[in-house]
Design a protein around this ligand. Structure first.
Ligand code: SIN
Length: 296
């Protein structure tokens, strides 16, 4: 079912807040909920329903200090502590992955904090239990660039040719953080200790979303090779499917404003950040990823 149909079907859903779709493809803004005061237990199921329906949900004008961000994330499940501890921005909240291009004096450093985020990926696909929700908060945003783009993997699957669907059926890709990190941000590779904590893992290329039960493509930039296939042939197929999965018409492009919160469903989306001028502009974001299930 396409988003528009979901929206129609859900008109009768008695949302205890206003829901404003962000694009014809995916995404909705939730209006009338103040995350800053914490979430009332009885409201969360409706927020979760909106998250499943729209894949990305947005809250505006939120004061969300790190403690509240982690607390909000816990509503979705167990919050990941990222293996790359150089991104743990807060001693008391190792669950927060801190993405900032500022130097110690608070000036733009000219360095992108994580160039791996600039390529289509899904958070935590390099673990056996992959990313469920990601909750990202914008502290400082650049005037140009630094957007986050999301692509709908349900429709990407539906739009594959029957021949490609058949070809991918039963195939498993091996995802590796060491592979993607080295490829995209090789100047700051995983340490041996970090590598040992995240050995490569295999996942189906076509997965079933555990809650909506819809099929979707599950690939992205952490996927290195295909099990049982010649390495180069597998690489070529991964690149081809990543390209086929991300046509413009399935993408929602989010332009950030400070104090916005986005929550996205890693199980049925790919996302990427866009570049910005790291020598002149400031971008400071905090991210929490909730760990989900093993894909099937
Ligand atoms: C991410 O890829 O998880 C972060 C995206 C962003 O920085 O916009």
């Amino acid at each position: 079912m396409h988003l528009q149909d979901f929206h129609k079907a859900n008109r009768s859903y008695n949302w205890p807040f206003e829901v404003r779709p962000l694009s014809p493809v995916l995404g909705a803004e939730i209006v009338g909920i103040t995350l800053s005061e914490g979430i009332k237990e009885e409201i969360f199921p409706a927020i979760y329903e909106a998250f499943l329906t729209y894949q990305v949900i947005l809250f505006r004008d939120v004061d969300l200090p790190p403690a509240l961000q982690v607390q909000f994330a816990r509503n979705f499940g167990e919050v990941q502590v990222h293996v790359m501890d150089q991104y743990h921005g807060y001693k008391d909240y190792p669950e927060i992955y801190f993405l900032s291009n500022l130097d110690e004096a608070g000036n733009p450093s000219g360095k992108h904090p994580d160039k791996g985020t600039l390529y289509w990926h899904t958070d935590g696909s390099w673990r056996r239990r992959t990313g469920h929700a990601t909750i990202m908060y914008a502290e400082i945003v650049p005037s140009r660039g630094g957007e986050t783009h999301f692509c709908d993997m349900y429709r990407a699957y539906e739009e594959l040719s029957e021949e490609m669907k058949k070809r991918l059926r039963g195939l498993r890709a091996v995802h590796s953080l060491d592979f993607s990190r080295t490829r995209r941000h090789g100047e700051d590779r995983l340490t041996e200790e970090q590598k040992a904590q995240v050995p490569p893992v295999d996942h189906p290329i076509i997965r079933t979303h555990p809650e909506t039960k819809r099929k979707c493509i599950f690939l992205g930039d952490h996927a290195e090779f295909i099990q049982g296939m010649n390495y180069e042939e597998g690489r070529a197929l991964i690149e081809e499917v990543n390209r086929l999965a991300t046509p413009d018409h399935l993408v929602y492009r989010h332009k950030w404003e400070p104090r916005q919160v986005l929550v996205w469903d890693n199980r049925c989306l790919l996302h990427r950040a866009t570049a910005y001028d790291t020598t002149r502009e400031r971008r400071v974001m905090r991210r929490c990823t909730v760990i989900g299930d093993e894909p099937y």
